[in-house]
Design a protein around this ligand. Structure first.
Ligand SMILES: *Cc1c(COP(=O)(O)O)cnc(C)c1O
Length: 356
């Protein structure tokens, strides 16, 4: 079965052998405060830093999901509430989760073909979805750099530091290059571009984010950011962690190429996908503005009937497409352009699309 589902998505084929390896290594039965478990976490962090080029001052934590990161950010990094700019289902869900914990959180919606709208207020913490998996849009490095500049120039003063920026990179981290300095909090769960089974997420925080957490000193939750910091400093966790997931992450990171190479391939394949749709089919990308099209998740529009027919053809060819999401549920389908997908699999899907 070939999967283009954008999460959970195709796992790297080596995972089969790594699952065996995890069992054989004995790591699944060790105490999570044992030297073996701590060494595994330490090595995983070193590989994350090396492969994803995460700069030293940024701290790395592991959580169970991106959803958990939404709550950690709200509870541990905001006193009043966060400000969200969103154009799709995941960005909106993030706002909803934040607002349950911090009711003063606010959001501004924008159109999927638009660049970011102007901020409605001075944020305490600005929340952006770097790659909106529901509709195949992304915020470019230039856009994020401009946001950082605006917040630093316009809102920072001698008494108040510039507002923090949190970025949901769940469906882009490990697939494209991210300029970490443009955000204070970044996170992604591993069932998207990392090509791994769900149940683990990577959370990356700047020293300013950690400073803010210390200032707020929120310690009311098992996953309060300060508990994560105190535990992960010793390569431990506040709770018994998903050591199988960590083992798989470590092994996959060991073998994937450097991110610059992965990212160049992702970019090339994304451009090739858009070119293919436009020149070899009469399928139309959901996003018409090339400046905001995602490199890692493509959304394609069509009538509900045509999409249903396409899915039948795909199923016959052993291919799973991603369903449309939220308001685009019946009028679009989605394609993951994740690193674990092979050129042969793309060719197989393109064969079907040429005829549909
Ligand atoms: C998949 C996804 C999530 C949710 O991830 P979980 O691991 O299920 O919590 C959040 N945000 C974005 C952008 C996603 O693509």
């Amino acid at each position: 079965m070939i999967s283009f589902y954008p999460g959970p998505s195709k796992v790297y084929p080596q995972v089969a052998q790594y699952l065996q390896g995890a069992y054989a290594s004995g790591i699944l039965s060790v105490n999570h405060r044992s030297p073996a478990a701590m060494a595994l976490v330490e090595q995983t962090f070193a590989r994350l830093r090396e492969k994803l080029a995460i700069p030293d001052p940024y701290r790395i934590y592991l959580t169970s999901s991106a959803t958990e990161c939404w709550e950690i950010i709200a509870q541990s990094l905001t006193a009043r509430g966060s400000t969200h700019l969103h154009n799709g289902a995941f960005g909106q869900k993030w706002l909803e989760y934040a607002a349950r914990l911090r009711p003063a959180s606010t959001g501004t919606a924008f159109d999927l073909n638009d660049l970011l709208p102007v901020l409605p207020e001075v944020p305490e913490l600005l929340c952006l979805t770097q790659n909106e998996t529901s509709n195949g849009t992304q915020l470019s490095g230039e856009t994020l750099a401009a946001v950082r500049r605006t917040l630093t120039a316009d809102y920072a003063s001698a008494v108040e530091p510039a507002p923090l920026i949190a970025l949901d990179a769940t469906s882009s981290m490990a697939g494209i290059e991210l300029d970490w300095s443009q955000g204070d909090v970044w996170y992604a769960s591993v069932q998207k571009c990392f090509g791994l089974p769900a149940g683990l997420a990577v959370l990356v925080c700047s020293s300013r984010a950690l400073e803010r957490a210390r200032q707020l000193n929120e310690r009311a939750h098992y996953n309060s950011l300060l508990f994560l910091e105190e535990n992960f400093q010793q390569y431990q966790t506040p709770y018994t962690p998903n050591l199988l997931g960590i083992y798989l992450l470590n092994r996959v990171l060991e073998t994937v190429p450097a991110l610059a190479d992965v990212a160049a391939r992702t970019r090339r394949r994304a451009l090739e996908w858009y070119r293919f749709l436009e020149t070899e089919t009469d399928w139309v990308p959901l996003v018409s503005n090339p400046a905001v099209r995602s490199d890692t998740v493509l959304a394609v529009q069509g009538t509900p009937q045509r999409i249903a027919d396409l899915k039948i053809r795909c199923r016959a060819a052993g291919i799973t497409l991603g369903n449309g999401y939220g308001p685009w549920k019946d009028t679009s389908f989605r394609l993951a352009n994740f690193p674990a997908i092979t050129d042969e699999e793309i060719e197989a899907l393109q064969q079907v699309l040429r005829l549909a």
